[in-house]
Design a protein around this ligand. Structure first.
Ligand SMILES: O=C(O)[C@H](O)COP(=O)(O)O
Ligand SMILES: [Mn+2]
Ligand SMILES: [Mn+2]
Length: 511
C-alpha cells in the first residue's frame, strides 16, 4: 500500500518571517533569548529543514549576507538569480564597466566641458545596497578620462554594518581617492535622510539640497562630520566638507549613483532630478544598476531576468493569491516575489497595511503586526483564495535597530502572531510553509573593524528555518531533505497546491 500523501494538495499560506535566521543559542541571539513556544514547537513537531539564503545559493557573491530583495525574488523565482551586486562586481572584474560606452562618453563629455562628476552612494561594505570598494573602479575610470573635478557625496550606513563605523569607511573612501589620484569627499549625510523609502520627503530634501546646493553644516573633516551625529551613522546630519570647495551640482555636470539596489535610493534620485530641473540645471544622470525611479536613469549594468516564477505559475493555473504585508515589506510580497514585475495579475490581490512611517521601532517593536495578522486570518478564511502570501516584518525591521531587548520583544510578538495564523490555517484546512528570507535577529552583535564588539542590526549568512505545517494530522509527517535553499520554496508551494514546478525553476519540491 502506497504511503498516503503527508499533505493533501490544496490551499495554503506562504509566510515569510523576515530576518528569521538560524544560529545556536547565544547571548546575542534574540530568537533564542526570546520566549517563542510556538516557533519552537513548529520546528520540533513539523517537517522542517534549514535553507541557505545567502551567498551563491541565492545569486550573491560567496560569503555575502542575504537581503530582502534577493530573498523574496528567489523565493518567487524558484531558482537562484544573479543579483545586481554580483553583476556589478562581474562587470568590474571583466573590465566591462570600465569599457562601457555610455560611461566613457559621459566622462569624456564631462572632462571636455571641465564639468564635475558627482558620485553619490552608501559608503560601507554591507553589500546590501552598495559596496564602497566599487568606488575604486569609478574613480579609476574618471582619472583615465582626465575628469578634473570628482566629488563624492558620501552616505553613511550604521544599519547594514555595525554602527559607529562611518569614520572607518570614510577613511577608506579617502584611501581610494588617493590610490586613484582622483576625487574627494564633498558632503556626508546619514542614510536615514538620504535613503528613506517611506515617503518622508522632509528627510530626502535634506540630502537633495546638500548635494545640489551645498546646504549643510560646514566642517573640515569626515571625522567631525560623523562625530556630529547624536544618533549614530544612520543619522549623520547634512554636512559639507569645506576642503572640497564648491561641490554644488552645476549645469552640465554628471551624476553617477553607485548604490546597486534601488528601493532606498530611488526617492532621493527622483527628488534630486526634479530639484535640478526646477532650478534650471541640466545634468546627465546614470546609475550602476537599474533603478525603479520615475525619472529615467540609464543603468550601466542590466538586471537578470526573473520571470517564470510563482506569480506566472499561479496565473497559468488560475489560482488566486492574496499578498499581505505592512508598508516596510509590501514591495517584497508583491513586486520582488513576482520577479521585479509590477504587473498585478487578474487573480492577485494586494493588502498593504500602513502605519506611522516615522515610527520608532525600539519603542514600538510590535509595529503593525496585529493588523497584518488579522488580514492573514481574514484571507485564510476565504474559500476563493488558493494561496495567502504574507510577510511578518518585525524580526528584521526591529532587528535593524540593533537593540537586543526590542528585538527580543519583536520575536515574542511574532511568535504570538504565529499562533493566531496557525489557528486560522487549521480552521480553513490550509497547509502553512513558514520560511525566513535571510538572517538578522539571530546575531545582534558584531566585531567592528577596530576589534570592539558592537551592536549589529545587519543581516547574516546563516541559513533560515523552513517549516511545512501539513493540512492533515492523520499521516506521519515527512522528513524534509537537508541542503535546501530559498529556490526550493516555490516548487514546494506549487507541489502543495497540487501543481508541478514551473519550467524555469531549478529548485525542487521538498516533500
Ligand atoms: O534597507 C534596509 O532596511 C536594509 O539595509 C536591508 O534590509 P532588507 O534587505 O531586509 O530590506
Ligand atoms: Mn528581509
Ligand atoms: Mn533587513
Amino acid at each position: 500500500m502506497s504511503t498516503p500523501e503527508p499533505v493533501l494538495a490544496g490551499p495554503g499560506i506562504l509566510l515569510v518571517l523576515d530576518g528569521w535566521g538560524h544560529a545556536d543559542a547565544a547571548d546575542d541571539n534574540a530568537l533564542t533569548l526570546a520566549n517563542t513556544p510556538v516557533l519552537d514547537d513548529l520546528v520540533a513537531r513539523h517537517p522542517s529543514t534549514l535553507a541557505e539564503a545567502s551567498g551563491d545559493a541565492v545569486g550573491l557573491l560567496p560569503g555575502t549576507v542575504g537581503n530582502s530583495e534577493i530573498g523574496h525574488m528567489v523565493i518567487g523565482a524558484g531558482r537562484p538569480l544573479p543579483y545586481d551586486s554580483l553583476l556589478v562586481q562581474q562587470a568590474i572584474d571583466s573590465g566591462a564597466l570600465r569599457a562601457h560606452p555610455r560611461l566613457g562618453a559621459l566622462l569624456e563629455k564631462t572632462a571636455a566641458a571641465a564639468g564635475a562628476l558627482h558620485l553619490i552612494g552608501l559608503c560601507s561594505d554591507g553589500q546590501i545596497h552598495a559596496h564602497v570598494e566599487h568606488l575604486s573602479e569609478l574613480l579609476a575610470a574618471a582619472a583615465a578620462h582626465q575628469v578634473q573635478r570628482v566629488f563624492i557625496h558620501a552616505i553613511t550606513d550604521g544599519r547594514d554594518v555595525a554602527d559607529h563605523t562611518g569614520e572607518t569607511y570614510l577613511a577608506r573612501v579617502a584611501e581610494l581617492t588617493a590610490q586613484a589620484r582622483a576625487g574627494q569627499i564633498a558632503t556626508v549625510i546619514g542614510r536615514g535622510y538620504a535613503m528613506d523609502k517611506a515617503g518622508n520627503l522632509d528627510l530626502t530634501e535634506q540630502a537633495v539640497t546638500l548635494v545640489a546646493d551645498g546646504h549643510g553644516s560646514p566642517t573640515d573633516s569626515a571625522r567631525t562630520a560623523v562625530g556630529a551625529s547624536e544618533r549614530g551613522d544612520e543619522w549623520v546630519p547634512a554636512t559639507v566638507l569645506t576642503p572640497a570647495g564648491d561641490a554644488r551640482i552645476a549645469d552640465g555636470d554628471t551624476v553617477l549613483w553607485f548604490n546597486f539596489r534601488s528601493d532606498r535610493i530611488q526617492q532621493f534620485a527622483d527628488r534630486l532630478s526634479e530639484h535640478l530641473t526646477a532650478t534650471g540645471r541640466s545634468v546627465d544622470m546614470v546609475s550602476l544598476a537599474q533603478y525603479d525611479t520615475r525619472t529615467s536613469i540609464p543603468a550601466l549594468v542590466e538586471r537578470a531576468d526573473a520571470s517564470g516564477g510563482l506569480a506566472d505559475e499561479l496565473a497559468a493555473a488560475g489560482l488566486r493569491s492574496v499578498r499581505i504585508a505592512e508598508a516596510e515589506k509590501f514591495e517584497h510580497v508583491t513586486y520582488y516575489i513576482n520577479g521585479r514585475d509590477a504587473t498585478v495579475r487578474s487573480k492577485e490581490e494586494h493588502v498593504r497595511i500602513t502605519g506611522d512611517a516615522k515610527a520608532d521601532y525600539v519603542a514600538r517593536p510590535r509595529m503593525n503586526l496585529d493588523r497584518v495578522t488579522a488580514a492573514v486570518a481574514e484571507a485564510a478564511a476565504r474559500t476563493d483564495v488558493d494561496l495567502v502570501i504574507a510577510n511578518l516584518a518585525n524580526i528584521d525591521v526591529v532587528g535593524h535597530t540593533g537593540n537586543l531587548a526590542a528585538t527580543v520583544t519583536a520575536c515574542e510578538a511574532t511568535d504570538a502572531a504565529m499562533e493566531q495564523i496557525l489557528q486560522a490555517a487549521r480552521d480553513s484546512r490550509r497547509w502553512v510553509l513558514a520560511v525566513g528570507d535571510h538572517g538578522n535577529a539571530e546575531r545582534m552583535t558584531k566585531r567592528a573593524p577596530d576589534g570592539t564588539v558592537r551592536p549589529y542590526g545587519g543581516h547574516t549568512t546563516n541559513p533560515v528555518p523552513l517549516v511545512v505545517v501539513p493540512n492533515r494530522s492523520d499521516t506521519p509527517a515527512p522528513v524534509l531533505p537537508v541542503g535546501a535553499t530559498l529556490a526550493d520554496v516555490a516548487p514546494t508551494v506549487l507541489h502543495l497546491l497540487g501543481h508541478k514546478p514551473g519550467s524555469a525553476m531549478t529548485g525542487r519540491p521538498l516533500l
